[in-house]
Write a protein that binds this ligand. Structure first.
Ligand code: FAD
Length: 381
């Protein structure tokens, strides 16, 4: 009996591409369909370097297919939070014991590494500019539209929706009976900016830290990139006094930065241009269940999109892959394994969604509280 399966994955982001590697490593036929162009050939990140914090759960899943060392080469350890206080002082809060760190890694760099890793297998085919538009849970057929608008219908033994927070596969599940779905936008949005590298690729802020400018109702953070730059993210309410709607001109935005984050502003000579060019994006939490319909399953953000304040969305998606294969590797009964996968992962997804929201309050608020700082100093001893 041929135990090798025919797998179709919708979405070639971080989780979909890692999932493809896991299936390929076990000899299954994998076809991965990504809506966007190939990140390796076109600059879909529009020249902006966006990064993520990679932590233990993510590393474990990467180790499972021998990718840990490769990813380490493009990752920078961050051993502590570096707090930029309103009075201009700088305080370090260690993330763990000496030597323990979370890692900053470029989203684009990691995605390219994972796509290359998947592409290296003969049993993997990657299709770009293919947008998933439909799935039939009875016949296991998935419909995509290619760049020219042609319909491409593929049949699979198993289908995975790794197509992110606004998943088309999940959209089809929503039309089925007893599918629970909740979408919650939070009051804050974000804008990404860049602190460029200094002379000779030097870092203009401490490089082994996750920088935070906590200001209670809002905050600025910065994570280092291997080229010496920092990706800076401003989290701000959409409405109110200090909000994106209040900062409706570059002049107002610059003045806000001058008063609130003067040290960061000094390091962004092209602030005006960046402010105008870079979009404001919203933040959404998505909870749904079930994640499995017959032979189709959701994974990563498609199953559980969370706010980014705990730096765990991708890590949690990578852990989905790890847990899924702990189950699939020990049984021929895939439907039972998928059932167990969703039962195991749903409570964890809900828990991390809640923790991520709470960590926003810690990051923007409590890290700036003198009592909290003292407590952290005591803990760090
Ligand atoms: P995605 O990365 O969204 O990938 C989905 C892919 O599917 C995309 O390539 C998309 O083009 C494709 N797609 C979408 N629709 C279709 C379709 N119809 N057909 C075919 N393809 C489709 N997580 C962390 O762990 N650490 C962090 O520090 C961190 N920081 C973050 C900061 C911000 C500002 C944000 C917004 C998120 C952050 N996250 C972080 C969360 C992380 O980005 C996500 O959890 C992660 O990208 C999820 O991966 P994914 O592959 O499930 O989804």
């Amino acid at each position: 009996m041929n135990t090798k399966k025919n797998i179709v994955i919708a979405g070639g982001g971080l989780v979909g591409s890692l999932l493809a590697v896991y299936f390929a490593e076990r000899g299954h036929r994998v076809r991965l369909f990504e809506r966007r162009p190939d990140a390796r050939k076109t600059n879909i990140y529009a020249g902006r370097s966006i990064n993520l914090a990679l932590s233990d759960r993510g590393w474990k899943a990467l180790r499972g297919v021998g990718l840990e060392e490769k990813v380490r080469q493009i990752a920078l350890p961050m051993y502590h939070r570096g707090l930029h206080q309103p009075d201009g002082s700088y305080v370090r809060q260690p993330y763990g014991q000496p030597g323990q760190a979370i890692y900053s890694v470029s989203r684009g760099g990691l995605n390219i590494l994972l796509l290359n890793a998947a592409d290296a297998y003969e049993n993997v085919e990657l299709f770009f500019n293919h947008k998933c538009v439909d799935v039939d849970f009875e016949t296991n057929e998935v419909k995509f539209l290619d760049e020219a608008g042609n319909e491409v219908v593929v049949k699979a033994d198993y289908i995975f929706g790794a197509d992110g927070a606004f998943s088309a596969i999940r959209g089809e599940m929503m039309k089925t009976d007893r599918f629970d779905y909740q979408q919650q936008y939070i009051s804050h949005g974000y804008k990404e900016l860049t602190i460029p590298a200094g002379e000779g690729g030097s870092f203009l802020l401490e490089n082994n830290a996750l920088h935070i400018w906590p200001r209670h109702e809002f905050m600025l953070i910065a994570l280092p990139n291997i080229d010496g730059s920092f990706t800076v993210t401003l989290f701000l309410p959409f409405e109110g006094n200090n909000s994106f709607s209040a900062l409706d001109s570059v002049k107002k935005a610059r003045e806000f930065f001058r008063q609130t984050f003067p040290d960061a502003l000094e390091l962004m000579p092209d602030f005006d241009q960046q402010w105008q060019q870079n979009p404001v994006s919203s933040l959404c939490i998505i909870r749904c269940y079930p994640w499995v319909r017959n032979h189709t399953a959701l994974i990563g953000d498609a199953a559980h999109a969370i706010v980014p304040f705990y730096g765990q969305g991708m890590n949690c998606g990578f852990e989905d892959v790890d847990v899924l294969f702990q189950l699939l590797d020990h049984t021929a009964d895939w439907p039972a394994a998928l059932e167990q996968y969703q039962k195991l992962r749903k409570p964890d997804g809900d828990a991390i969604a809640e923790l991520a929201l709470r960590n926003f309050i810690e990051m923007r608020d409590l890290t700036a509280d003198p009592k909290f700082l003292l407590q952290k100093k005591i803990e760090a001893r």
